[in-house]
Write a protein that binds this ligand. Structure first.
Ligand code: HAM
Length: 430
């Protein structure tokens, strides 16, 4: 019986079978850019108490209501969940370690798998990977703008994604939101017959979620729904205007999207999404916003914060061809002419590895032809064929697998000098 992976949870295979090198290049680009903006990596557990997510993301959200992988621990006492996102765990850790008392401003980034029981489609999976960052301790709009500059630079410049739009909105503060939710509920209540079944439910439980609805008959109703802008306090409005001015001043393009609300309840003021062309229905590659009340809600002091998360699978789908360069193979592939030569190859392979080179051999032996084919397949740069003569003389020829046939036969290189010679040749050709 063949046991397959779980639906919606994918293997990421090494090249050339899979896109591993693209993943690694995106991760390296994120790391390098986050470093420049002063973000430090944090790693938190994949499993947390379920109530952490319920309290932060919100009981009424789809994520907590129907998408979490939850279970009771072995003693039957604790309700635990696989993390559906990273912010809740990072904030829990920030509070638990009293980070605010050691440093007024904290910039952390993280990456790893997240779990949501969603309907699986292209770009939407049940295990997916996020790279996210959280800046805690600063309420000023310049922090929102700095974060968006960092993301614009990462996505457009470092990763070369051209078809990108930054959508931005303000959700106001708690009181603004409450007054807006009331206005929205009144409006939706007077249009209930035209709304889809989901929106009818959202009208009661979480009217903001209706603004996200994609069902065509709902669109004309939602387009005419009241806008949050009219409900923003003057502080929230000034905050939003300042973020937009700072972005314009740095030539970062954006589009204000009044219907942009987020699927998690912790946001206030600035919220944003980067959407990209060519991804179909699930075109948001990055999303985030301000969450000034969350630290307090989770039992910490009142600390403002802003953050985002990038969807790795979607970025990999978008990454331009240049990011998936032909993989580098080993520097040297040792080929044994006969059974006796295998042990010499074994020694030489290890001595080159100890000298810092990637070296490979076929431990099974076999014909020279089949071993050369294997060297080619793994994209080895040089081949060294070892037979009785090479073993007894302690020297061998280095064959450049990228050069054509016409390379003149050179004098053999002694085994002691092999590593230095390969290092030299690699340097010369780089
Ligand atoms: P989110 O919008 O739920 O926000 O997810 C962020 C990104 O993760 C999405 O824009 C998308 O690219 C990716 N993503 C989400 N669900 C899936 C899925 N099922 N399959 C593939 N990719 C997916 C958050 O998670 C917030 N924690 C972001 C944040 C950080 N806000 C403040 N700080």
């Amino acid at each position: 019986m063949k046991i397959l992976g779980v639906k919606g949870m994918n293997d990421i295979l090494p090249d050339p079978l899979g896109p591993m090198s693209v993943w690694q290049r995106i991760e390296a680009a994120c790391r390098a850019r986050f470093d420049r903006y002063g973000y430090r990596e944090v790693r938190t557990p994949i499993v947390e108490e379920t109530r952490l997510f319920a309290r932060s993301i919100g009981e009424e959200t789809d994520i907590v209501g129907k998408e979490m992988y939850s279970f009771t621990d072995r003693k039957g006492k604790k309700q635990l969940s696989l993390r559906p996102e990273g912010t809740a765990g990072v904030v829990r850790s920030y509070i638990q370690h009293s980070v605010h008392s050691k440093n007024p401003i904290t910039k952390w980034w993280y990456g790893g798998p997240m779990y949501r029981y969603e309907r699986v489609q292209a770009g939407r999976y049940r295990q997916f990977h996020q790279i996210g960052a959280e800046a805690l301790g600063v309420a000023a709009p310049a922090m929102d703008a700095e974060m968006l500059l960092m993301l614009d630079g990462l996505l457009r410049h470092d990763l070369g994604i051209q078809s990108l739009t930054l959508l931005i909105n303000s959700l106001g503060d708690r009181a603004d939101r409450a007054s807006y939710v009331q206005a929205l509920r009144d409006y939706l209540g007077s249009h209930l017959t035209g709304l889809c079944e989901d929106c009818k439910k959202r009208y009661e439980r979480n009217p903001l979620r209706a603004l996200d609805c994609k069902v065509p008959p709902c669109q004309p109703i939602l387009d005419k729904a009241p806008r949050i802008k009219a409900h923003l306090s003057s502080e929230a409005r000034t905050h939003f205007d300042t973020v937009l001015e700072l972005l314009s001043g740095m030539q970062v393009p954006f589009e204000i999207k009044p219907r942009l609300v987020r699927g998690l309840d912790y946001y206030n003021r600035t919220c944003f999404e980067f959407v990209a062309g060519g991804l179909g229905a699930h075109d948001t590659v990055c999303a985030g916003g301000r969450y000034d009340d969350l630290v307090k809600t989770l039992g910490g002091p009142s600390i403002p914060a802003v953050g985002f998360a990038l969807g790795m699978e979607r970025l990999v789908l978008l990454a331009p061809k240049e990011l998936s360069r032909r993989p580098e193979g080993p520097a040297v592939f040792f080929v044994s002419v006969d059974e006796e030569a295998i042990s010499t190859c074994f020694r030489l392979t290890e001595s080159l590895r100890r000298a810092g080179l990637e070296a490979e051999m076929d431990q099974r032996g076999g014909s020279v032809k089949s071993q050369m084919r294997r060297a080619d397949k793994v994209h080895a740069r040089f081949a060294v064929v070892i037979g009785e003569q090479e073993t007894s003389e302690g020297a061998a020829h280095i064959k450049d697998l990228r050069a054509g046939e016409e390379v003149p036969v050179e004098t053999p290189v002694s085994f002691e000098d092999l590593a230095a010679e390969i290092h030299l040749r690699l340097k010369r050709s780089s």
